[in-house]
Ligand binder design. Structure first.
Ligand code: SF4
Ligand code: SF4
Length: 361
């Protein structure tokens, strides 16, 4: 490995240090460790993405070489045309960072744990159908969020070493605009990714406040840096199914969306769990477009199953080689080529058409 290559690698490992040991998350874990009813991860839980990449890079020389090879051959299309998109992304990055910070702020003992507990005399099961309708309306009118599910969080989906305060989850989905994602891997697509992280982050913080006003104790989780593996959680909540590249496919937006949950204390709403979208797996086996167009060839043909018997969804599989995807994803502010080429990302009409074809076979 050349000196230049080693320097680049060292820089990458350093840049992964902050998210790998996010002090905000650690602070949250510290403060909430002894709270009653917390739900902890288990042995089979997935690892936190950045931490996994960092460990692989630190401990495996072959992975280091692979990572550097991808870096050297990356799709690099940034030019003057992208400058404006990069400039307008800056406030979105600050907004996103603030949202990540703010979600843990709600857990300061004198603010949130107290305010959460102040609602303890609530009648949680009172009129929940009516509340569900009100919630859907509020999320749609205030935040433009059209899809919400409700489910129980299995321990296997909580990121290894982390925990959540409450065992049930509202799962919210927000669309990324098609015309912007269609420019991937240009900066405009990266801007859209960050814009939705920022907007959805604000939305879950606000909707959590709304729920507390209605007597529901809850903990919002920002779409960036989750405590739970979001894709299988959203699939379990009946919002879609995992595609070949590991991302969620929904009927409305295909892969053009981001996910964020709000954990709540009691099963106040009816579960939306469903496997009705599991046929997507069958279509992925025929399509494979994301795999074909992924520049560093990061999408695995054969998935390794690391957990079976997960409530509702069955198995959990590994879909990506993170050592190949990460350099491209990082450099291109989100890459998103696989999202763009996925036929489902064209919208609901194509989803229904493919569904009909697959189910009639
Ligand atoms: S984001 Fe998708 S297309 Fe881009 S490198 Fe990762 S898997 Fe490949
Ligand atoms: S591009 Fe094709 S194979 Fe990849 S996730 Fe979408 S439907 Fe599945």
């Amino acid at each position: 490995m050349s000196d230049f290559g080693l320097k680049k690698l060292e820089k990458t490992i350093k840049s992964l240090r902050f998210p790998a040991a996010n002090p905000l998350t650690l602070n949250f874990l510290e403060k909430t460790r002894d709270m009653p009813n917390i739900v902890k991860s288990c042995e089979d839980s997935p690892e936190f993405g950045f931490l996994k990449i960092r460990n692989l890079l630190l401990n495996n020389p072959l992975d280091r070489i692979k990572y550097l090879n991808v870096m050297e051959n990356m799709t690099d299309k940034f030019g003057w045309n992208d400058l404006w998109s990069q400039i307008i992304t800056v406030p979105q990055i600050f907004g996103t960072a603030y949202g990540v910070y703010k979600q843990f702020q709600t857990l300061k003992p004198n603010i949130s744990i107290k305010s959460i507990n102040d609602n303890s005399k609530q009648d949680l099961h009172h009129n929940s159908d009516n509340l569900w309708e009100k919630l859907l309306l509020y999320a749609k009118n205030r935040w433009g969020i059209y899809r919400i599910g409700f489910t129980r969080v299995p321990r296997e989906l909580i990121i290894k070493g982390r925990h959540i305060l409450f065992p049930y989850a509202l799962v919210l989905i927000e669309e990324m605009k098609k015309d912007r994602i269609d420019t991937a891997p240009r900066a405009k697509a990266g801007f859209e990714t960050i814009r939705v992280y920022n907007h959805l982050g604000k939305a879950v913080l606000d909707i959590a406040k709304w729920l507390r006003k209605h007597g529901i104790r809850c903990q919002p989780n920002h779409p960036l840096g989750g405590l739970v593996s979001y894709v299988p959680l959203a699939a379990k909540a009946g919002l879609g199914w995992q595609g070949m590249n590991g991302l969620l496919i929904t009927p409305e937006f295909g892969q053009r969306q981001r996910i964020a949950p709000i954990y709540i204390e009691h099963p106040v709403f009816a579960y939306t769990d469903s496997t009705e979208h599991s046929w997507i797996e069958k279509y992925c086996r025929i399509c494979k477009l994301c795999q074909k167009y992924c520049p560093p060839d990061a999408i695995q043909e054969t998935k390794s199953v690391y957990k079976t018997n997960v409530e509702t969804i069955g198995k959990l599989s590994r879909c990506l080689d993170p050592i190949k995807c990460h350099p491209q994803f990082n450099k291109m502010q989100g890459c998103s080529i696989c999202v763009k080429v996925c036929p489902f990302s064209r919208g609901n009409e194509i989803f229904e058409k493919i569904k009909k074809q697959i189910l009639e076979k």
